[in-house]
Design a protein around this ligand. Structure first.
Ligand code: PMP
Length: 448
């Protein structure tokens, strides 16, 4: 049944105030159906959230059951079974050394909590002078002021610069643009990682709190995958200089890249690790920060003065939804499907776009892919960001019935435009073909 809602002027302050948005009406696996009955294959999960697709029966039931019992009880007074079970799941499946979970309502809250927790840890150790975070250019860590400060997207933060925590930024691992022709992947990774060491030394290690990075950069740069060895060297540098490593897996975590946590593939763990998006798959707003027992013990054995907190942290219904999402993924071996369909998607993208004059790079892992658009694939000259080709592709794709996630801007004056694909873990080969065919038509339309 399709209900047609009469159009009226929206009273919502939308993120694109003047855009005319279709109304999402219902979900059907990997498809979103709007109020006119048009079907869109959701190849972005907006962005990298809807890993189970839409309207999953088990998750819907889990939410109903929890609301029937109790929807919410404030964590100053109660814990809840879904929250305890979700924390157990996360800790049991997390990379080594992450022994506790702090449950929040989204990615920015998880990152914000991580930044404050890291500073609190050093305060408990009597090291109050530590005030710097080091992060990477072309990264995204959220839109609250702390998360925005560590993010490396200059365009997003320039107007807020005077009121942001001072953060130092080093290069991301961006082999397509920055690896020299006579340099091996390993040497490139070490060179880029060593920038962190130089920066720590110039700031003075005893003034630095943590290094913050996405294992695979998502939103700002169209899926930047690290070269082998890069993160191992990063971990070594953090340990040698006694600073914490905060990994932000808000976008790339929870199975998206073919392992539950993206950092597993780098063979490194974090002192604090943030997840969100795929954790609740969009059924409820949820995020989590995982922390090592070294940090947990210091905070709880210290003054116990940990003032951070949010009203909706460890929200019972959100936790019940996330738990059902994660059980559904485990019971149906969906991370195996991420690996298998990831390979299909990779080969379909390469055969469709491998020689396209305006596509410079196709990169990713699992079901997390970035397509970098260029003016000239031989010279790698970026497209003029003012042309906003990525936005034109998004519009053309919506017309085709495809949702893909565009990104672009003027970061470092280097990045042009990209398209990010992050389809649900439940897709099959037919969906892969549909995504790539529709994307090819959208790119052709946008580039005319
Ligand atoms: N970190 C990363 C890596 C992200 O991609 C995002 C969201 N795109 C965030 C943090 C912020 O998450 P949220 O939008 O849920 O606050």
């Amino acid at each position: 049944m399709v209900v047609v809602v009469p159009s009226k002027k929206s009273r919502i302050l939308h993120r694109q105030p003047n855009a005319e948005l279709p109304m999402a009406f219902m979900g059907d696996g990997p498809y979103i159906i709007d109020d006119n009955g048009k079907r869109y294959i959701d190849a972005s999960g907006g962005a990298a959230v809807s890993c189970l697709g839409h309207s999953n029966t088990r998750v819907r039931q889990a939410i109903k059951d929890q609301v029937d019992n109790i929807a919410f009880a404030h964590t100053s007074f109660f814990t809840s079974k879904p929250a305890e079970d979700l924390a157990d799941f996360l800790v049991e499946h997390s990379p080594q050394g992450l022994d506790y979970a702090y449950l929040v309502s989204g990615g920015s809250e998880a990152v914000e909590s991580a930044l404050k927790l890291a500073r609190q840890y050093f305060i408990e150790l009597g090291q109050d002078s530590r005030k710097y975070f080091i992060a990477r250019r072309q990264s995204y860590h959220g839109n609250t002021l702390g998360a925005l400060a560590v993010g490396g997207n200059l365009w997003r933060k320039q107007q807020f610069a005077p009121i942001l925590v001072d953060t130092e930024h080093v290069s991301p691992c961006y082999a397509y643009r920055d690896q020299k022709s006579d340099e091996s992947e390993l040497d490139y990774g070490l060179r880029i990682a060593n920038e962190l060491e130089q920066r720590i030394e110039s700031l003075g290690a005893k003034n630095v709190i943590a290094f913050v990075a996405e294992p695979i950069v998502g939103a700002t740069s169209g899926v930047l995958t690290p070269v082998p060895g890069y993160f191992k060297r990063i971990r070594e540098i953090c340990d040698q200089h006694g600073i914490l490593l905060i990994l932000d897996e808000v976008m790339c975590g929870m199975g998206r890249t073919g392992s539950l946590f993206a950092c597993e593939q780098e063979q490194v763990s974090a002192d604090i690790l943030c997840v969100a998006k795929g954790l609740g798959a969009g059924y409820q707003a949820i995020g989590a920060m995982l922390l090592s027992d070294k940090i947990y013990n210091t905070i709880t054995d210290g003054s116990g003065f940990f003032q951070h907190g949010h009203t909706y942290q460890a929200h019972a219904t959100a936790c019940a939804a996330a738990l059902a999402v994660q059980q559904e993924i485990q019971d149906n071996n969906l991370i195996d499907n991420v690996q298998n369909m990831g390979l299909k998607l990779q080969s379909a993208l390469l055969s469709q776009f491998g020689n396209h004059p305006n596509i410079g790079d196709i990169r990713g892992r699992g079901l997390f892919w970035g397509i970098e658009l260029v003016a000239d694939r031989v010279t790698k000259k970026p497209l003029d960001p003012k042309l906003k080709v990525h936005s034109a592709i998004k519009t053309a794709a919506m017309n085709e019935g495809l949702i893909c996630y565009p990104g672009g801007g003027t970061i470092d004056g280097k990045q042009g435009n990209h398209i990010l694909l992050a389809p649900p873990f439940i897709i099959n080969e037919k969906h892969v073909t549909e995504i790539v065919d529709k994307l090819a038509r959208a790119i052709d339309t946008a580039l005319v």
